[in-house]
Design a protein around this ligand. Structure first.
Ligand SMILES: C[S@@+](CC[C@H](N)C(=O)[O-])C[C@H]1O[C@@H](n2cnc3c(N)ncnc32)[C@H](O)[C@@H]1O
Length: 247
């Protein structure tokens, strides 16, 4: 039986993640804060924090981290990684915080998991509410190129060092992308436990996201094709946004 998104995948998400990509993303975020924030930053909101990979890296840089995610499984791994993260199990389209932050991030396709423009707008509006004026909002979205040419209808198979396997099948019917994920986790007795889940993402045109940001008091300071701040091209797989709350 298929389970909810980020349930069976949670246990093998980290072993399959590219650590060097998180290091590059960390530099991108730190440079965005340094170059564009008009205010000193002490607390950062991580929307769709997952297992906390970036939250932990930012916490190590001295920031207080407020982390929102709707997967209990992903949050419990984040908790194992750090006691210091403030973890909140809510939807990024409908969340409530106890106070304000001076920067916000949302990384690795999290925005594409919002399946309606209304939810994207709600997420941006709420981020605006809790972000102090002058603070930056850094996030990424997948591009049409990535959905059509990198995922398409392809199937990928990954194996972790611990012997767990992920079979990842893709289906794309613009604007909806489905990821059909089957996991085989190796148990201590050597047998494999099978899990499956279907995740759904949605393509959002970059202009639409830019428009929603600008209508909600953000200025868009950069839309980059990579964490090295390279320009967007027709073959960019992601768009990396740096926006700032102006009012
Ligand atoms: C691809 S993971 C990225 C996790 C993390 N940002 C990272 O960089 O590793 C997407 C995360 O977004 C979370 N997510 C998806 N839709 C969400 C929603 N509506 N509200 C809160 N979290 C959501 C998932 O549970 C998952 O942890």
């Amino acid at each position: 039986m298929s389970m909810g998104a980020f349930t069976s995948l949670s246990g093998i998400y980290d072993p399959l993640s590219d650590k060097s990509y998180y290091d590059q993303y960390l530099k991108f975020i730190l440079k965005a804060i340094e170059d564009y924030s008009k205010i000193p930053v002490s607390d950062i909101l991580d929307l769709g924090c997952g297992t906390g990979s970036l939250s932990v890296l930012l916490e190590n840089e001295g920031y207080g981290m407020v982390c929102v995610d709707n997967s209990v499984e992903m949050l419990s791994i984040a908790r194992e990684r750090s006691e210091g993260l403030l973890l909140i199990n809510q939807s990024i389209a409908d969340f409530e915080l106890f106070g304000t932050v001076q920067a916000a991030i949302s990384t690795l396709d999290t925005f594409n998991y919002l399946l309606s423009k209304r939810d994207v707008e709600r997420c941006i509006k709420l981020t605006r509410n809790y972000l102090e004026a002058g603070g930056v909002f850094v996030f990424d979205v997948n591009t049409k190129y990535r959905y059509e040419h990198c995922y398409g209808e392809r199937c990928f198979v990954y194996e972790t060092d611990g012997g767990d396997t992920l079979i990842w099948e893709n289906e794309y019917k613009e604007p909806i992308h489905s990821l059909i994920l089957t996991t085989f986790k190796k148990r201590s007795d050597g047998a494999f436990e099978k899990g499956s889940e279907i995740q759904t993402q949605r393509l959002y045109p970059i202009e639409l996201i830019k428009d929603i940001l600008e209508r909600n008091g953000f200025s868009v300071l950069g839309i980059f094709g990579g964490t090295d701040r390279s320009e967007m091209t027709e073959m960019s797989e992601k768009a990396y946004f740096v926006a700032r709350k102006e009012i």
